[in-house]
Design a protein around this ligand. Structure first.
Ligand code: IDP
Ligand code: MG
Length: 162
């Protein structure tokens, strides 16, 4: 059985989170980051980028048959996106909980989209929907050397000794 630091490390996950151009333009960067930070998740990569439309199409390739695909890719590439990788136990699934439902009208109050967005086409944030997409999206948006491995001083308080 794994113990202490080893057990903790084995359960760590990473997810790709992006604040879309509407969230950046509306001045919601600090508000959104603080929700992940206060929860106890750890930021391991961050950069502000304006993706090309081709890049946006790669990011959303799963949705290429959907009627809103073109508009969505135009929108993602229309301005700065804050791309991030967050690490923590259960961060992929819980990150989606913090974000809320795809349609802000169906997102619970207390979630990012529930509190801060109104329509599905301007729902301010992206989060990976599972372990495979998390891996693919992190690889698409970041080079390995852009991911910073470090021990946060808060970890022993967030997770306890074991
Ligand atoms: P998600 O962002 O909650 O994972 P997805 O189904 O993966 O939702 O869709 C990706 C993005 O496409 C959504 O966040 C939203 O911005 C946009 N989108 C999804 N459904 C619609 C729609 O019906 N109309 C317009 N945009 C949509
Ligand atoms: Mg999705």
């Amino acid at each position: 059985m794994l113990q202490g630091q080893e057990a903790h490390a084995a359960e760590m996950e990473r997810t790709f989170i992006a604040i879309k151009p509407d969230g950046v333009q509306r001045g919601l960067i600090a508000e959104i980051i603080s929700r992940f930070e206060r929860k106890g998740f750890k930021l391991v990569a961050i950069k502000l980028v304006v993706p090309s439309k081709e890049f946006a199409q790669k990011h959303y390739h799963d949705l290429k048959e959907r009627p809103f695909f073109n508009g969505l890719c135009e929108f993602l590439s229309s301005g700065p996106v804050l791309a991030m990788v967050w690490e923590g136990e259960g961060v992929i699934k819980y990150g989606r909980k913090l974000i809320g439902a795809t349609d802000p009208q169906k997102s619970e109050p207390g979630t990012i989209r529930g509190d801060l967005a109104v329509v599905v086409g301007r729902n301010i944030i992206h989060g990976s929907d599972g372990p495979e997409t998390a891996k693919d999206e992190i690889n698409l948006w970041f080079k390995p050397q852009e991911l910073v491995s470090y021990t946060s001083n808060a970890e022993k308080w967030v997770y306890g000794a074991n």
